[in-house]
Write a protein that binds this ligand. Sequence first.
Ligand code: ATP
Length: 210
Amino acid sequence: MIGVFGGTFDPIHFGHLRTALEVYQALGLSEVRLIPCRQPPHRDMPQASAAQRLAMLNSAVRGQPGLVVDERELCRDGPSYTVLTLRELREAFPDSPLCMIIGTDTFAGLDTWWQWREILALSHIVIVERRGAVAATGELAEILTERRAATAAELAAHTAGRIITQRVTPLEISATGIRDMIGRGLSPRYLLPNSALAIIEDQAIYKTTT
Ligand code: ATP
């Protein structure tokens, strides 16, 4: 089973990294692919360049078995629609269950994503708790009830279509918080890897908030 963890990673921080590592271990995944988006469909463009975000990600996962940086969205033109990424991964790994990892906050807005109904035909969803319990409403809440799985074995038995909730160490860290701190001249040390912080400092990233 392959974990798929997309985000802007502007910058990568320990909230992302602990989530990736804990889901990798808890579900017995073969790997978690961290996929930085080129152009987020639902928000402003990232402040750091694609090359800078990629360098921070690579530095953060270096030496950690199971965490892999996947550049496919950075290489693709246009908005980074998750469905397109999952289609590509499904083609590349036809027989592997895919497990898309998202925070509760992100899951609650899933029904606004482009062609979101196709997501569960391509992948499982692993919801990790962030800022409280899953707050899905309407059709999303119904799907959550219908598709809910309790164990990793249930996911492993199918290539897609199930939803599992996975507890991870709660870390109230956000990239927005880190960017704001740097913009105000405060140090974000201990919220993200030193290797990523070194890149931010060397290249004077996030000095001005936009
Ligand atoms: P921003 O503050 O810029 O919105 P972010 O910190 O939320 O950024 P993203 O790159 O947007 O990070 O998040 C990618 C994915 O990681 C999302 O599914 C999000 O829910 C999840 N995530 C982000 N931070 C955490 C955290 N501290 N704990 C668990 N999951 C997280």
